[in-house]
Design a protein around this ligand. Structure first.
Ligand SMILES: Nc1nc2c(ncn2[C@@H]2O[C@H](COP(=O)(O)O[C@H]3[C@@H](O)[C@H](n4cnc5c(=O)[nH]c(N)nc54)O[C@@H]3COP(=O)(O)O)[C@@H](O)[C@H]2O)c(=O)[nH]1
Length: 710
């Protein structure tokens, strides 16, 4: 059973060609065998018959010749007759019996050792495996006179059969060989294409090249199979192409998603997500290898202004330019990421020491030394950089990030366009700033702000013509906080827009209320950069003027040089709209910034305020004297009103009086006052004010600082 299974499996596993040859040869062999057997059987019986006939003839001849010998019981005659059988080599024994069954004569072939004849032969013939025996009764005139017995051997039959078998086997072998050749040839025609199909199939599955095709060699089933195979390959190829396309699209989509997930679409730099993962890896590596790593936080200086002024499209191009500069100036191993609006981060792995970090930071600063030309604009940009180092400043990722951020704020505070290493003591200051920002958020709703007013005088007429609105914050548990402390924070957090609007409303309402006391009293309100670039500014101002009833020409907006210099088309429109509405514009802190004469002509400015820094040590400081005099002369020729700030003593006042027609503002005349104190000052007469504030020529104020409320 087991053996059968083995052969069956062996047959199944055979190649078709061998199977076909085996089957064909087996069937041919079986057919030949059957034919051989039939031929042999036929030959055997034919020979038997021929032998029988032959023996019969001989029996008949003996019977005919021996009748007389039998009748006369002539032994020698009978013996002679039997002796003639020597001519028939197949007869090996013979006997003649008398009618009463006695043996009359015997014959034995020479090679026979003994006589082996039956005592009483049975008439008829009988074949055994070795012999043919035949007994025939001899008659004379209808009476039986004796019996003749002949025994022939079958040796010649077997020899003949053997020769016959030999001939048949040879013929069959030849036939089998011829059949084998023919069948092989025939089967090659069938299995050859099949084998080639199989080979092709193997090649295709190995190489995955579905563009190959099978040769259709015949029109039979194998040809149909090849055609079917080709059709199938065609389909696979098409599916493959579809699949490849789909895979390609999927891959592209995945890459795109990956790109979106890990890269910033504007600069193509890695984004915050990527940055976080990389920083984690870098720190883990540094921990393992015991090496240093540096983290740098970059914040572009004044980016928001550029973005608001020139538009977001230019802002985007600027960010791209910044990314390009960073890539160009830093090593390929440094990981540069854009982690927020105008915030970038650089991870420097294997940092040797602080000096190396400083070199990298200087490279970054240097990268922006030259202006960027963006769509017709020449833009100077700089960055403030905070640096924290692993492991000195922090070993934990978030702490390292926080420290770099804190250091960056300090770089900003130091005047921007610089770098700053993190120092442990910064954390306290940073915390203060954070709490300041948080408290500031609620200051407006909790009514913690108050507007103070500092009087402004025209030196020639000695008249109080206006007040400057200056904000104060009554911070709970802290006291009055100076605007220099909180205005930059409000500016950065964007809260300045709502705070500034509140100041404008208060100042306009107050100035309008004071018109009854000093008709034509002007009020100056400081407008910060962020406020100025707010697209709603003009509408808000006009709305406030309408609501408070203050005449637009009594409101002066104080803008710094920086704000005007950053201004482009949209800002000019803002200024033009304000001028058209009648609102006055003043340049604050003149001389500290760009001091460009161009914008004095370009923009509708009515007043210029000399920065109080130039009033310091005047008239002793000859340089400051020269500057102040030059500014006054320039304003005269440009027909601009000029106000000198920071007048703190009589010498300064006297100097200004001689220098030309100016307005003055300063502690010497009055510190910023509460609204009530300002109202009190406005209520007294002009003459009383001159006396009180020592505005008379050469006059001395009784106690100028004593008036201070701010
Ligand atoms: N955007 C806004 N900015 C505002 C607002 N209120 C104030 N500010 C700006 O804050 C800065 C500091 O203001 P402040 O502490 O009020 O200082 C003003 C005066 O007190 C001070 N001053 C005036 N006279 C003298 C003097 O004789 N000596 C001296 N040392 N200081 C003096 O000068 C400041 C006024 O400056 P300026 O605005 O340039 O005229 C300041 O930059 C304010 O602009 C606000 O509501 N919005």
């Amino acid at each position: 059973m087991h053996g059968m299974k083995y052969w069956r499996q062996l047959f199944r596993d055979m190649p078709i060609k061998r199977k076909l040859v085996l089957i064909s040869m087996s069937s041919t062999g079986v057919a030949l065998l059957l034919v051989t057997i039939l031929l042999l059987v036929n030959e055997y019986y034919s020979y038997q018959r021929a032998l029988l006939d032959d023996v019969r003839v001989q029996t008949a001849m003996i019977a005919e010749n021996s009748t007389a010998a039998l009748v006369f019981r002539d032994r020698s005659g009978a013996q002679e007759i039997l002796g003639a059988l020597a001519a028939s080599p197949s007869i090996e024994q013979a006997a003649l019996y008398t009618a009463d069954g006695k043996t009359l004569a015997l014959y034995r072939r020479k090679d026979q050792a003994r006589t082996e004849v039956p005592d009483r032969p049975v008439t008829g013939h009988r074949f055994s495996s070795q012999h043919l025996e035949l007994a025939h009764e001899i008659e004379l005139n209808g009476e039986i006179v004796g019996t003749v017995y002949l025994r022939s051997d079958l040796e010649r039959l077997y020899v003949r059969i053997m020769w016959y078998v030999g001939a048949i086997v040879l013929t069959a072998a030849g036939a089998m060989l011829a059949a084998f050749l023919l069948i092989s040839l025939l089967h090659r025609g069938i299995s050859g294409p099949l084998a080639r199909l199989v080979d092709l199939m193997r090649q295709i599955s190995e190489r995955k090249d579905y563009s190959s095709r099978a040769r259709v060699e015949t029109r039979d089933e194998v040809g149909a199979l090849a055609e079917g195979f080709n059709a199938m390959l065609g389909q696979i190829e098409r599916h493959q192409a579809d699949l490849m396309q789909e895979l390609g699209e999927r891959k592209r989509a995945e890459q795109r998603l990956d790109q979106l997930a890990y890269y910033d679409t504007i600069t193509q730099l890695p984004n915050r997500h990527f940055f976080n993962e990389q920083l984690k890896l870098v720190l883990a590596r540094a921990q393992r290898t015991g090496q240093r790593a540096g983290l740098m936080f970059l914040d572009l200086d004044n980016f928001k202004i550029i973005n608001d002024t020139l538009g977001h499209d230019i802002g985007d191009v600027l960010l791209q330019g910044v990314a390009k500069r960073l890539r160009e100036h830093l090593r390929t191993g440094d990981i540069i990421c854009r982690i927020g609006g105008d915030e970038f981060a650089v991870i420097v792995e294997d940092m040797t020491d602080r000096e190396q970090a400083a070199i990298v930071a200087e490279k970054i600063i240097g990268a922006f030394a030259h202006s960027l030309r963006l769509e017709g604009h020449e833009i100077y940009i700089s960055a403030s950089i905070g640096i924290s180092l692993f492991p000195e400043d922090a070993t934990e990722m978030h702490a390292l990030l926080r420290n770099a951020d804190t250091a960056m704020y300090f770089a900003k505070e130091r005047g921007k366009n610089t770098y700053q290493f993190f120092l442990p003591e910064m954390n306290g200051r940073a915390l203060n700033r954070l709490t300041l920002e948080t408290s500031l958020r609620h200051a407006l709703e909790r009514e913690e702000f108050e507007v103070y007013y500092q009087p402004q005088f025209d030196l020639a007429s000695k008249r109080l013509f206006g007040v400057e609105a200056l904000l104060r914050w009554h911070r709970p548990d802290v006291g009055i906080v100076n605007p220099t402390e909180f205005i930059p924070v409000a500016e950065e957090s964007g809260q300045i827009v709502s705070i500034g609007e509140w100041v404008l409303r208060q100042a306009c309402a107050q100035a309008q209320a004071w018109q009854a006391l000093v008709p034509g009293l002007t009020v100056s309100v400081n407008i910060s950069s962020r406020q100025f670039h707010d697209s709603q500014l003009v509408d808000r101002i006009l709305e406030i003027l309408r609501q408070t009833g203050l005449a637009p020409e009594l409101l002066t907006l104080e803008l710094t040089e920086g704000v005007l210099m950053e201004s482009s088309g949209t800002a000019s429109t803002t200024l033009e709209r304000l001028e058209a509405a009648g609102v006055k514009l003043s340049i604050d802190d003149f001389g500290t910034g760009y001091s460009s004469m161009g914008y004095l002509k370009r923009f509708p400015i009515s007043t210029l305020k000399i920065d109080q820094g130039f009033m310091r040590e005047v008239p002793a400081d000859r340089d400051n004297v020269a500057i102040v005099m030059a500014i006054i002369a320039m304003c005269q020729s440009l027909k601009l009103y000029v106000i000198a700030e920071g007048v703190e003593n009589m010498a300064q006042l006297e100097f200004l009086r001689k220098a030309g027609p100016v307005g003055v503002q300063g502690f010497y005349l009055s510190r910023p006052l509460t609204a009530d104190a300002t109202a009190a000052l406005l209520q007294i007469t002009h003459e009383e004010r001159i006396t009180l504030l020592a505005l008379a020529d050469g006059g001395t104020p009784p106690n100028p600082r004593g008036q201070s409320q701010g």
